[in-house]
Design a protein around this ligand. Structure first.
Ligand SMILES: *Cc1c(COP(=O)(O)O)cnc(C)c1O
Length: 416
């Protein structure tokens, strides 16, 4: 596993190469950054392979919407693509463009679907809308007839989520078109509302409804399961599965241990260490006060960096924890915009110093745990990860390919 952009791993003779310059630049940026976000591309690939194995013979796609859940759509798409992932799901056309810039051959589905003025963009990128409404389908047909575009589209059928998708009756209404052949529909999909709850009655209802309607779309591949749905069993896997969160280390089976590897490590710098006296309060609102003479580490991450305010603590409630010098320490008082405070009284003297890093995610602190402290889910922790951290991508052979401008920007984003 090579740590990309680590100047120590760059051979001396490469020192003047663009890669080496970039490495030096990134090392400098990391040294000055208030925090460092490390994304383990090898872990993402290992998770994808495990999901693929779990769902075989179904195809395993990769969902890379929302900047690959905050992990970086460019590097993640490249790593998955190199690992053999052939189908990607995104939410928007801009995201489809980012995937196409990495892979000329990937099949790309755009979950937000088609609007009348977006046809040319779909054709240009050669990506496929996920159509969830009869008007949208009619508009798409008009566009395809007018331009003779034959790139195809997916049909989303609602089976109980009531978010996107044709109703069952509407889906039945377009079956004649399927039997007539030459229909341009490359995938039929639906989405589970309660996939993370093993015995939720809606799962059985949705899978039965989908099985029935999908069988009428004969010859068209079918897809129902996202991350959690994969773990509901083979009957949920159909021809293709669409994991997102599980790729990035979120536990798809919240009722059991996480079968997948953590992907994100987040560290932020200790900017000050101070002693407070028994009875003194810490932070805005003076919500937390010291019950003993207390040593506080003030860390350079706050709610503007995606460390939610809900992770703070008060005299009555516990908050999140961070790891400093290999030990878990509690966050004390409110989270500020750029800073949080940690009680490090129980660490050995001098174990933590100004300039050292505190681990906010990693060393046993999962995105799911943080989500719990933040009153949300791991998904939102990931998609909220701030832009002030230096980013390091670890592993993934693909990263040696020159990155496109879009992810160069994210790779060097280090503003303080
Ligand atoms: C976001 C999304 C996925 C991926 O869901 P995860 O729970 O992150 O695996 C799959 N399918 C659809 C339709 C989605 O919107």
């Amino acid at each position: 596993m090579n740590i990309v952009y680590d100047p120590k791993s760059a051979p001396a003779e490469n020192l003047l190469s663009p890669e080496a310059n970039k490495a030096a630049e990134l090392a400098a940026a990391t040294a000055a950054a208030p925090g460092v976000l490390t994304v383990d591309l090898d872990a993402i690939v290992a998770n994808w392979r495990k999901l693929e194995k779990t769902a075989v013979p179904a195809e395993c796609a990769g969902v890379v919407k929302a900047d690959a859940y905050g992990c970086g759509i460019g590097p993640v798409t490249r790593a998955l693509s190199n690992a053999g992932c052939k189908t990607f799901f995104v939410a928007t056309l801009d995201e489809a463009r980012a995937v196409r810039a990495i892979s000329s051959s990937a099949t790309i589905y755009v979950l937000d679907g088609f609007f009348q003025n977006t046809g040319d963009a779909f054709a240009q990128i050669n990506c496929q809308p996920v159509i969830g409404d009869l008007y949208e389908l009619a508009e798409w047909d008009v566009f395809c007839r007018r331009t003779r575009w034959e790139g195809g589209a997916a049909i989303h059928i609602d089976t109980g989520m009531n978010r996107l998708g044709l109703t069952i009756a509407e889906a039945q209404g377009i079956v004649p078109r399927i039997t007539a052949g030459d229909h341009g529909i490359t995938l039929v999909l639906s989405h589970l509302a309660c996939g993370e709850t093993l015995n939720h009655p809606l799962n059985a209802k949705q899978v039965a409804t989908f099985r029935e309607i999908a069988s009428l779309f004969s010859g068209v591949p079918a897809s129902l399961a996202a991350s959690s749905g994969i773990y509901l069993g083979a009957q949920f896997q159909f021809d293709m599965v669409r994991p997102g969160a599980a790729l990035y280390g979120v536990n798809p089976t919240p009722e059991a241990d996480n079968p997948l590897q953590p992907v994100v490590d987040l560290k932020a710098r200790i900017v000050q260490i101070r002693n407070v006296e028994k009875g003194d309060s810490v932070g805005y609102g003076a919500t937390w006060s010291a019950r003993r003479p207390t040593k506080i580490a003030v860390v350079a991450a706050g709610y503007a960096d995606g460390y939610f305010r809900a992770g703070g603590s008060s005299d009555g409630t516990r908050g999140a924890e961070v790891v400093i010098a290999d030990k878990r320490c509690p966050v004390v008082g409110r989270i500020s915009m750029d800073l949080l405070a940690v009680d490090i009284t129980d660490l050995p003297a001098n174990a933590a110093r100004r300039g050292h890093m505190a681990t906010l995610i990693g060393e046993g602190i999962t995105v799911d745990e943080l989500g719990h402290h933040f009153g949300t889910i791991g998904y939102e922790v990931l998609t909220s990860l701030g832009s002030r951290y230096a980013r390091i991508y670890k592993g993934g052979d693909a990263i040696t390919v020159t990155p496109p401008p879009a992810d160069e920007a994210s790779a060097t984003q280090t503003s303080a």
